[in-house]
Design a protein. Structure first.
Lengths: 404, 295, 284
């Protein structure tokens, strides 16, 4: 199945629109997935990501728009004719069939005529008997690759979660698909297995060279596995890009808030005459428009100033101080998560994620006082207008940082 | 209050709570069953208080009795007519109705209507519809150039007539059971089947629907079989076992022996035989319902 | 689901594929079937408004040619003891249901949530008793009633049914689903067991009780077998049993159809729907 490496699979979605009744679920989605790419569709539940995947699979019909594979429209093709495989969220294994029968199902359907597929006819008819050894061999090959060859005679109910997951992958793989669709395949696994299977899927993608489209609500999954991430919200495609693009250069506030854990800190600021004021601090950053802005500060980019060695990784970077009131500290092992508020905006919780150090000990600075000064790097701040759209500084402020 | 004391009052309360039900179960089920068994070993009749133990004479008589053989025959023949229809028609209806979009609930109600009615009363309507002289059914047959049928007067036809009435009254019930079974099949199995290429109705049925319907199908088959063996109301009202014992089914015979002829001992033996059959069906169901659970 | 494109290798099986015409034909067939299912009711209602000689007219019409509805229903309601029969049915069914609930609910709570010796034996007996139909125990029950001279009483009509093993089983399963933690919290809060049953368990069991009540009422309303055995006089006759008097043909005696009694169709139509209107299910 992996021999045909030359097979191309460029998946194109063109202006897909879909409503269920009066409720629109997808507004005009266009997306290109290149051959061999791993693209994640990520978003909160109800954002339309699963519907989009099902439209690609042919399980739903879009109201308008087109699905193309290698430039050929697939809208009129039945799911089985699209050369697409899909792994369902709860695997959708046939509970009454053994693992082997489950995996053989796509091959039986493709290779036997209808009369030979009727009950018991498979072992009676010549067509059925003829195809049997070949199907068996193909199933065993894939089973071996996924290390489930010892499970072929078991029923799905006798398998553990990750084994079921592998069987579902196997059933998809035996068809030798061009495009591999996965609908939240890890959501039914516990945390430990999730990390393990995540790595296995990434490996499978690398070794097979197939085109993967992967649906998840978990941004960590999306960020760690994908070549590109497509972020959906209420049926709109917010941004498509590499994981780093989405993290460091989000197009708007929604993207910034969805990507990153803990969530990005938002605090109010004011843009005026080439400067941005945050509380008592003024930064020499020029934004295209004046007025109130929302300032996004990643928890990883804040450091506690009175605690040398705590926080900011590159302490050589230009910094800016802000008054901060500590509320509580969570010990995450190697790191600490400090919750508190900025003095200028006591209503919103700010989180700081920092490396652990001496400052955290019982007589360190964090234990002594609740009023702290924290420093941020102005270059790492993200600005959003009142409409939530990203505002990029018009001047490069890097070298002209002055203390207020 | 200490834990053990609390435990004690709780136990006492438990006995108090189950007492009425336990006494009644004894009086209504356990003791009567014992008496049925003992009675089946006697020649007791209600007419005279004198009786003696006759051992298994009643059972010997039962298996040598032509009337019993006839009743058993009639019951099995009737079941043979009734069961395939009660099963297959209901299943086909359920599948067809499930695929209906706008009319699903209307059709469900219409087909379920006979289940909600009192069979004893509707039997009279059927008697009128099936009237050999001026009944609507025979008139309709005649319109289509078909011969009239003597539905209840002909020995060879009467069991068919009863089976038709029973089917009419049970199809809606079985259909609803099948519909519940169909609805509980996860939709994504059909989607997985579509991805795997099993999108032809025949494949969908044999690969997904039928295997997933297993437990429901077994339940329907067993309850319908028991219903078939319990045929009584329509016989009692419409045919009284006639003509010439052609519709004398098992339960009606037991009723006649016990409450018309007052052969209590013999009737008790018949009752126990009947109970044996019911137990058999219950065992079959228990066996299969254990085997057929998937996840 | 999306329309399915015709596969390139068409086989003779292809006609089975759902096409819109196929679906239309199915719908039409389903409605024809539904007409057959409903026709007896239509005939009954229609006939109940006709004069007797029109009921058996060769050309049946749904709308009565001569409307006799008022007279017919007036006759059944005021000139015949039918109201008495209905009342008897009502008394028996309600009586059975009330006692069933009174005996089953406490017992099933004890079986579900309290520990006591013999509980598994009792529950096993309950399960076994579910499979025993009235037809098997009717002889000793009848003899017993004869001996104590209670035949042809409401008590005799209700007695075999006043404990429902099915209800005990059903409620026990339902109560087992009730969280132990809530019961324990209530005990800690000082509730007595009786209060727990009345104030916590019972309100939560309303859906199960309602479902069982419908089932029980309908089953005993429709019952013909037991009233046929114990009822001897007109003034204890149930509505269902009264149908016995009105079978229009007596094949056993004559083999030929007899003219129907003048009042029958309207009487049936008054009776044919159980008031609770749901589920025979008596086979369970």
């Amino acid at each position: 199945m992996l021999t045909d490496g030359m097979k191309m699979a460029q998946l194109t979605l063109k202006n897909i629109k879909k409503s269920f009744g009066d409720t629109p679920v997808l507004h005009d989605i266009s997306l290109d997935v290149h051959d061999g790419e791993f693209v994640s569709l990520v978003g909160q539940s109800g954002c339309g990501k699963s519907t989009l995947l099902r439209i690609i699979a042919g399980l739903e019909h879009p109201d308008s728009g087109d699905v193309l594979i290698d430039g050929q429209s697939m809208l009129e093709a039945a799911p089985k004719d699209r050369n697409i495989a899909m792994v369902f969220q709860d695997y959708a294994l046939y509970p009454h069939m053994s693992v082997g029968e489950n995996m053989a199902m796509p091959l039986v359907m493709a290779r036997l005529p209808l009369y030979a597929r009727l009950p018991m006819m498979r072992s009676i008819t010549p067509a059925g008997r003829g195809a049997q050894p070949e199907i068996r061999a193909d199933v065993e090959k894939v089973a071996k690759q996924l290390r489930i060859e010892h499970l072929l005679d078991r029923k799905p109910a006798q398998l553990s979660g990750d084994q079921r997951q592998r069987v579902a992958l196997g059933r998809a793989l035996v068809r030798d698909p061009q495009v591999f669709l996965m609908d939240e395949p890890l959501s039914n696994l516990d945390a430990k297995l999730r990390v393990q299977v995540r790595a296995e899927i990434t490996e499978l993608h690398a070794s097979s060279g197939l085109t993967f489209v992967y649906v998840t609500h978990d941004q960590v999954e999306a960020m760690t596995m994908s070549s590109r991430v497509a972020l959906l919200q209420t049926g709109h495609l917010l941004q498509v890009g590499t994981p780093n693009d989405l993290f460091a250069d989000p197009a708007n506030l929604d993207v910034a808030q969805f990507i990153g854990s803990p969530e990005i800190n938002i605090t109010p600021g004011e843009s005026c005459d080439g400067k941005v004021t945050i509380g008592a601090t003024t930064l020499p950053i020029a934004l295209p428009t004046s007025g109130p802005v929302q300032v996004g500060i990643r928890p990883e980019t804040i450091s506690v100033s009175d605690a040398p060695g705590l926080g900011a990784l590159n302490s050589a970077a230009p910094t800016q101080r802000l008054a901060f009131n500590k509320r509580l500290i969570e010990d995450l092992g190697p790191e600490v998560l400090i919750h508190g508020t900025f003095a200028h905006a006591p209503d919103s919780i700010i989180r700081i994620r920092a490396q652990k150090s001496d400052a955290y000990s019982s007589n360190g600075v964090l234990a002594k006082s609740n009023s702290l000064e924290v420093t941020v790097n102005p270059n790492q701040l993200l600005f959003f207008g009142a409409d939530g759209q990203r505002m990029r500084p018009t001047t490069v402020a890097q070298k002209r940082v002055e203390t207020a | 209050m200490t834990v053990s004391k609390r435990q004690q009052t709780q136990t006492r309360l438990a006995y108090l709570l189950v007492l009425p039900a336990t006494l009644l179960i004894l009086a209504i089920y356990i003791i009567p069953i014992l008496f049925v068994f003992l009675g089946s070993l006697t020649d007791y009749t209600l007419v005279s208080d004198y009786y003696e133990f006759v051992g298994f004479e009643n059972y010997r008589q039962m298996f040598g009795d032509e009337v019993f053989a006839n009743a058993l025959n009639n019951t099995f023949f009737y079941a043979l007519l009734f069961l395939p229809g009660a099963f297959i028609i209901s299943l086909v209806l359920a599948i067809a109705i499930q695929e209906q979009k706008q009319f699903r609930s209307v059709l469900e109600v219409l087909y379920f209507l006979p289940v909600t009615s009192t069979l004893a009363a509707m039997a009279l309507v059927w008697a009128a519809l099936m009237d050999s002289g001026q009944g609507v059914i025979n008139n309709t047959l005649q319109t289509f150039g078909l011969p009239r049928v003597n539905w209840f007067g002909n020995e060879d036809v009467v069991l068919y007539s009863l089976a038709i009435i029973s089917l009419w009254s049970i199809i809606g019930f079985n259909m609803v059971l099948f519909l519940a079974g169909l609805t509980s099949i996860p939709k994504n199995l059909y989607e997985a089947a579509a991805m795997d290429g099993a999108d032809h109705p025949v494949d969908k049925f044999f690969r997904v629907t039928w295997p997933m319907l297993g437990p429901t199908a077994m339940f329907v088959a067993v309850t319908s079989s028991i219903t078939a063996f319990k045929l009584f109301d329509t016989v009692a009202i419409l045919t009284q076992g006639g003509p010439d014992r052609a519709s004398e089914v098992f339960l009606y015979l037991a009723f006649l022996e016990g409450f018309e002829y007052f052969n209590m001992g013999y009737s008790a033996a018949l009752s126990l035989f009947f109970l044996g059959i019911i137990f058999l069906f219950a065992l079959i169901q228990a066996f299969f319902s254990d085997r057929n659970v998937h996840y | 689901m999306a329309d399915i494109s015709p596969s390139p290798t068409a086989t003779w099986f292809d006609w089975v594929k759902p096409k819109s015409t196929g679906r239309l034909i199915t719908t039409v067939l389903l409605f024809i079937g539904a007409w057959v299912m409903v026709f007896p009711f239509i005939w009954m209602i229609s006939s109940s408004m006709k004069p007797t000689d029109e009921v058996y007219d060769a050309d049946f019409s749904i709308i009565p040619k001569t409307f006799k509805g008022f007279e017919n229903y007036y006759g059944v309601i005021f000139e015949q003891p039918y109201m008495v029969f209905l009342m008897n049915s009502m008394i028996v069914c309600v009586g059975i249901l009330v006692i069933q609930l009174l005996t089953a609910i406490p017992a099933s709570y004890a079986l579900a949530k309290l520990k006591f010796r013999g509980s598994s034996i009792l529950f096993g007996t309950v399960i076994a008793a579910i499979t025993i139909p009235i037809n098997v125990t009717s002889i000793p029950l009848y003899i017993g009633l004869v001996k104590v001279g209670l035949l042809d009483t409401y008590f005799a009509m209700m007695f075999p049914f006043i404990v429902s093993v099915f209800a005990i089983f059903l409620f026990r399963q339902f109560f087992r689903g009730f969280p132990d933690s809530i019961i324990q919290a209530a005990r800690v809060d000082g509730f007595s067991e009786i209060e727990i049953i009345l104030r916590l368990i019972l309100p939560s069991a309303v859906p199960a009780i309602a479902a069982f009540s419908v089932f029980s009422f309908v089953a005993h309303w429709n019952d013909l077998y037991w009233p046929l055995i114990v009822v001897q006089s007109q003034d204890k006759m149930t509505a269902t049993l009264s149908m016995m008097q009105y079978h229009p043909l007596s094949t056993r005696t004559t083999g030929a159809p007899m003219p129907p009694p003048p009042s029958s169709p309207r009487r049936w139509s008054l009776h044919s729907f159980s008031p609770a209107g749901c589920s025979s299910g008596a086979s369970l």
